[in-house]
Design a protein around this ligand. Structure first.
Ligand code: HEM
Length: 477
């Protein structure tokens, strides 16, 4: 009885009062802050058609011109706030990252696997990210370098003799092999081949309309993903039997224990392996395709890069000697070409987050549940930060870009842990490409295709010929 009285006369009124204060404060936030400028388009479809009927970058750039660095829109059924300034990107991805969670369409999450780190926030994300980063520490990358070089040479040799190849597809083969190397170390050929086949089917389905109707690319991808899980289970059982304590990503995932001694389960390991393969392949392949295009379109620059790389080649007394870490670090012009390509192509034009609470930014309200998109490309192409931004000019990187204006690998707690490996792949490939091959782009199309990252039209068809070394120049003549 006394309990009931305490509840009626004390606890219940207290609860009502606290709720009232909470709601009043929430209303106050709403009252003070207004939604950013912009247009929400038509009911339900919003501005989806405007976005997809043209180059998305034109859509974003025209909005920024009209409304400024923060604006609202409505795409694919979701209200969104877009952020085109470096400070705002840092706010969402860095300083206030705890207020925004990563968000991906369910269909994509289902294919990659819901336990992959980039779908998560908090303890689980921190734990897996530490392992991924450890597998990609400079020491680990140093050990991988000679193998990356052999892979680069073997892919380049397969392009010889002037037949037309799809550069992007070939780059994908290379970046896939490097991804496999980083995850498994030396994986047996038959496993690699099975994984490659099913990964290709999954990759095609990832970018298709997500419907489970038999015969569609998406459904084929779902089945390929299941087969990949089975292959990974076999690889993992074999690794466990052999009790190998390798320091590649699989080894680190298998041997990880949290404070309570809990290990990661099979699904968590598989999803993260496929997640890393996925994050590593198209990204790096797209950038490498752009590098070839920009070098081809700028013959003087290509000559200068060749001169830099020939000097390194000459300093390697024997023709077959691998590039040393010191040599890879000492490629100042080539390194700037890589940076400028990352800026110009901005292959990850933006990323998605979702506000987990009402958030106020510079007097604007970002309502809970709205998608938030930092627009990397707009920042990289803003003349306030990069003079004459549409010009391919590696020399601009002689001076470091202003803080937070150059984010090809993202920023904050979800930034790319594979950035150093990606740069290594590109530098090694350029070294062998320019010192041993000449190439010619086929066709004069200058367009861009999205799949989903931007790449030159038709994957940049090109012909390659191996050049015989100039006598006396390679140190072996
Ligand atoms: C040029 C090539 C690459 C580019 C431009 C790139 C770009 C990015 C960007 C922008 C993000 C952050 C996305 C976001 O905040 O939503 C990211 C995340 C990630 N990248 Fe890369 N990436 C590249 C290559 C790689 C490679 C080679 C690997 C692995 C070997 C890799 C693994 C990852 C992973 C695992 C994440 C998720 C990190 C997390 O959520 O904590 N990436 N990448």
């Amino acid at each position: 009885m006394i309990g009931k009285l305490v509840f009626c006369f004390f606890l219940f009124p207290c609860f009502v009062f606290i709720l009232h204060v909470f709601l009043r404060d929430r209303r106050k936030t709403h009252a003070k802050a207004k939604l950013p400028p912009g247009s929400m388009g038509w009911p339900y479809i919003g501005e989806t058609l405007q976005l997809y009927s043209q180059n998305p970058n034109i859509f974003f750039a025209s909005k920024q011109k009209r409304y400024g660095e923060i604006f609202k829109t409505h795409i694919l059924g979701c209200p969104c706030v877009m952020l085109a300034g470096p400070e705002a990107a840092r706010f969402v991805l860095g300083t206030q990252a705890h207020l925004f969670k990563p968000t991906y369409p369910r269909s994509k999450e289902r294919l990659i696997g819901p336990s992959a780190l980039f779908f998560h926030q908090g303890e689980y994300h921190t734990r897996v990210r530490k392992l991924v980063r450890a597998s990609l520490f400079p020491e680990a990358i140093g050990k991988m370098a000679p193998h990356v070089e052999s892979l680069a040479l073997s892919v380049l040799d397969s392009w010889n003799f002037g037949r037309v190849i799809n550069t992007f597809h070939e780059m994908k083969k290379f970046s896939f092999e490097v991804g496999v190397l980083a995850i498994f170390g030396n994986l047996e050929g038959h496993y690699r081949e099975q994984l490659r086949k099913d990964y290709c089917i999954m990759d095609r389905g990832y970018n298709s309309y997500p419907t489970n109707i038999p015969g569609t690319s998406y459904r084929k991808a779902v089945f390929a993903r299941r087969r990949m899980s089975k292959i990974l289970t076999d690889i993992i059982s074999e690794r466990k039997e052999k009790r190998l304590l390798d320091k590649d990503l699989l080894g680190l995932l298998l041997n990880s224990q949290d404070e309570c001694g809990d290990v990661l389960n099979l699904e968590q390991i598989s999803d993260n392996i496929i997640g890393v393969l996925f994050a590593a392949q198209d990204t790096t392949a797209s950038v490498m395709t752009w590098i070839l295009k920009y070098l081809h379109d700028n013959p003087k620059l290509l000559e200068a890069v060749k001169a830099e790389q020939e000097a390194i080649r000459r300093s390697n007394q024997e023709e077959s000697k691998s590039l040393s870490q010191a040599q890879i670090r000492q490629m100042p012009l080539t390194n700037k070409v890589v940076l400028e390509t990352l800026r110009m192509a901005s292959i990850i034009s933006f990323t998605f987050r979702e506000a987990m609470a009402d958030v106020e930014y510079k007097g604007y309200l970002i309502p809970k549940g709205w998608k938030v998109m930092p627009l990397f490309r707009n920042i990289h192409h803003n003349p306030d930060y990069f003079i004459d931004p549409e010009k391919f000019d590696p020399s601009r990187f002689e001076v470091a870009p202003k803080h937070n204006t150059f984010m090809p690998f993202g920023s904050g707690i979800h930034s790319c842990p594979g950035n150093e490996l990606a740069k290594l792949e590109m530098l090694v490939l350029i070294h062998h490409l320019v010192t041993k091959f000449r190439w010619e782009v086929v066709g004069s199309e200058n367009g861009i295709q999205y799949g989903p990252f931007p790449v030159p039209s038709n994957g940049l068809p090109a012909r390659f010929w191996k050049e015989s070394p100039i006598p006396g120049q390679c140190g072996c003549a």
